[in-house]
Design a protein around this ligand. Structure first.
Ligand code: AMP
Length: 286
């Protein structure tokens, strides 16, 4: 079991990081909302591979949850999370800030970042303000920790592209590194929200990944009517009981709508769908 330093204030993180920097060590940040699973831990491993020191943050960020969303119900399991981190031995410091530490002027008076149109498409079309909240907290975490790299999961593909854009557009000196999606054996992408699934829903849930995978196979076979492929996938999911927010085929680089000149390998198939009270998201990169 490795020693993990748990810190609660921005000041403490800064001190740790500057001590590491003073001996030329590099630092990677893995931001999370906790309730850690194998997906989060794979990002910590990747962070350990690319940097000398790893800071993981656990913070359930209120500004990225909309009215009526699951901010209150979001699973918080601090004890289990710490045990998991200690057992893995890949994290040097765990940053668990309070709201006051992240938003010193309070939520109402907080400086917020407004993302352009990309943040209002796909998941953003169904969760107004969500990505503005995400970049608002990620910018703060980057300013507090000042890491060399931030490690993010491809599971939240739109979030990854939006954070890449924010970093570039705001000239934030950090490298964005992406980790691949960890899945259960039946293909379901690991997610803290999977625990909202009943056992019947849990049995259906892998079909989201299957539908995205089938769409990607169709693209690889040369089908090029993107809307038709997406509609077919959505119809199959609706038939078995999902309520589909969207299934879309987009440019894998910037999530723009593909034109006819796209090679299949420039594409990503993204989907979000509800099963009961769980909103599942997933994607398949070609
Ligand atoms: P969250 O705690 O859900 O905010 O996620 C924290 C980070 O873990 C984000 O960068 C996610 O994309 C990533 N992540 C979540 N689920 C997975 C997964 N199944 N595989 C890999 N990374 C993931």
């Amino acid at each position: 079991m490795a020693e993990v330093t748990v810190v609660e204030t921005a000041q403490q993180v800064r001190e740790l990081v500057s001590a590491w920097r003073s001996v030329q060590q590099t630092v990677a940040l893995v931001p999370t909302m906790g309730n850690l699973h194998r997906g989060h831990m794979s990002l910590a491993r990747l962070a350990r591979d690319i940097a000398d020191r790893v800071v993981m943050s656990i913070y359930v960020n209120p500004t990225q949850f909309g009215e009526g969303e699951d901010f209150g119900a979001y699973p918080r399991t601090p004890g289990e999370d710490l045990r998991r981190i200690e057992a893995a031995g890949t994290v040097d410091a765990l940053f668990v800030p309070s709201h006051d530490e992240i938003y010193p002027f309070g939520l109402e008076q907080a400086v917020r970042i407004a993302m352009p149109a990309i943040s209002r498409e796909l998941c953003g079309a169904h969760r107004p303000g969500h990505f503005d909240g995400v970049v608002t907290v990620v910018a703060r975490l980057l300013n507090i920790v000042q890491p060399d790299a931030i490690v993010l999961g491809e599971k939240d593909y739109q979030q990854l592209v939006i954070i890449e854009r924010m970093v570039e557009d705001l000239h934030i000196p950090v490298r964005v590194v992406a980790g691949s999606i960890e899945r259960d054996q039946d293909g379901l992408a690991l997610s803290s929200r999977n625990r909202y699934l009943s056992s019947t829903e849990r049995n259906l849930a892998p079909q989201l990944h299957e539908a995205l995978e089938n769409a990607s196979q169709a693209l690889l076979r040369g089908e090029d009517d993107y809307d038709r492929i997406a509609r077919r996938a959505a119809a199959i999911l609706e038939d078995v009981g999902f309520k589909v927010d969207y299934i879309e085929i987009r440019d894998a680089g910037d999530l723009s709508r593909p034109n006819g000149r796209h090679e299949p390998h420039d594409l990503v198939v993204l989907g979000a769908a509800w099963l009961g009270r769980a909103r599942l998201i997933d994607n398949v990169r070609l």
